[in-house]
Write a protein that binds this ligand. Structure first.
Ligand SMILES: C[S@@+](CC[C@H](N)C(=O)[O-])C[C@H]1O[C@@H](n2cnc3c(N)ncnc32)[C@H](O)[C@@H]1O
Length: 284
């Protein structure tokens, strides 16, 4: 069933179940690796956000709070950051950071009644592509911004623009039953791949002054192909199919992934290209 056939409430429940279950646990286990592979992207999106001392910010889909901590350092003791996530397990991990000028909240950022016109910055690193009704969700986020405030986030472009994700999936596909490809309006990792869709969502939510700029990066995936394959089972699109496959099929899929990655292995590890959108806007 595509997103169009499900209600916003059903889609939100699905996302909450995923991120409170295996999605959140795997993200947490992989946190150090993910922070490493996203380090360059993180620098760029934080530079775009340009958080200033004394400002108030919301980190949407903050996960274990890596970017919340970075924003908290920028806004300083006079400022404040609210990290919001639907995953209790990730918010519990974020809260262990014990930041004096940040608080964490388990909530659906697309529906939570934030205080109107209360923050300078709505920020996200890969946490805004999972809303069942993105126009309604971004409308809700826009209302939290002061008239002088700004939105700044990074999201992935399409799967085709992200060979680091697509190449292992393509290699494994002949050996594993993969879930059906998501529809163009379905929430998910690559849901904001289409620039025109991002523009339509943000304009529909009342944002103006949109800048949607491509960011091309090399994604470090692991020390060597075997290391990448070991982690493909822990998070990302192959984790579930690999876990559920017959051992022989899983072994063939892993061998095919290794073969596909060998040409990309160097002494510094395995890296493949990735593509993001760096997005900024004003609340009208
Ligand atoms: C790809 S992870 C990114 C996590 C974090 N921003 C990071 O970069 O480490 C997506 C995050 O969005 C959260 N999320 C998904 N839908 C959400 C919603 N409606 N409201 C708040 N958080 C949400 C997930 O629980 C997950 O932590």
């Amino acid at each position: 069933m595509t997103a169009a056939a499900k209600s916003t409430v059903e889609l939100a429940a699905e996302q909450a179940a995923h991120w409170n279950g295996p999605g959140g646990q795997n993200w947490l286990k992989a946190q150090a690796r993910l922070d490493h592979l996203m380090a360059g992207i993180t620098r760029d999106v934080l530079a775009l956000a340009n958080a200033q001392p004394g400002e108030k910010a919301i980190d949407v889909g903050c996960g274990p709070g890596t970017t919340t901590a970075a924003l908290a350092a920028s806004v300083g003791p006079e400022g404040h950051v609210l990290g919001v996530d639907i995953s209790q397990v990730l918010i519990d991990a974020a809260a262990t950071r014990r930041l004096s000028n940040a608080t964490f909240l388990v909530a659906d950022a697309g529906a939570h009644p934030f205080e109107a016109a209360s923050v300078d910055l709505i920020f996200s690193r890969f946490g805004v592509m999972f809303f069942g009704d993105p126009v309604a969700a971004f409308t809700n986020l826009r209302r939290a911004l002061k008239p002088s405030g700004r939105l700044a986030f990074v999201c992935w472009r399409s799967a085709q623009d992200n060979p680091w994700s697509l190449a292992p999936v393509k290699a494994a596909a002949p050996f594993l039953p993969l879930p059906p490809r998501p529809g163009p309006e379905d929430p998910g990792q690559f849901a904001f791949g289409d620039r025109a869709r991002v523009e339509r969502i943000l304009k529909g939510a009342g944002f103006t002054g949109l800048a949607i700029e491509p960011l091309d990066v090399e994604i470090w995936m692991g020390r060597d192909p075997a290391d990448v394959v070991a982690n493909a089972g822990r998070f990302g699109p192959l984790s579930r199919p690999l876990a559920e496959a017959e051992p022989a099929a899983a072994a063939r899929a892993k061998a095919a992934i290794v073969e596909a990655l060998v040409p990309h292995a160097t002494k510094d590890g395995v890296s493949l290209p990735g593509g993001c959108w760096l997005v900024s806007a004003r609340p009208g």
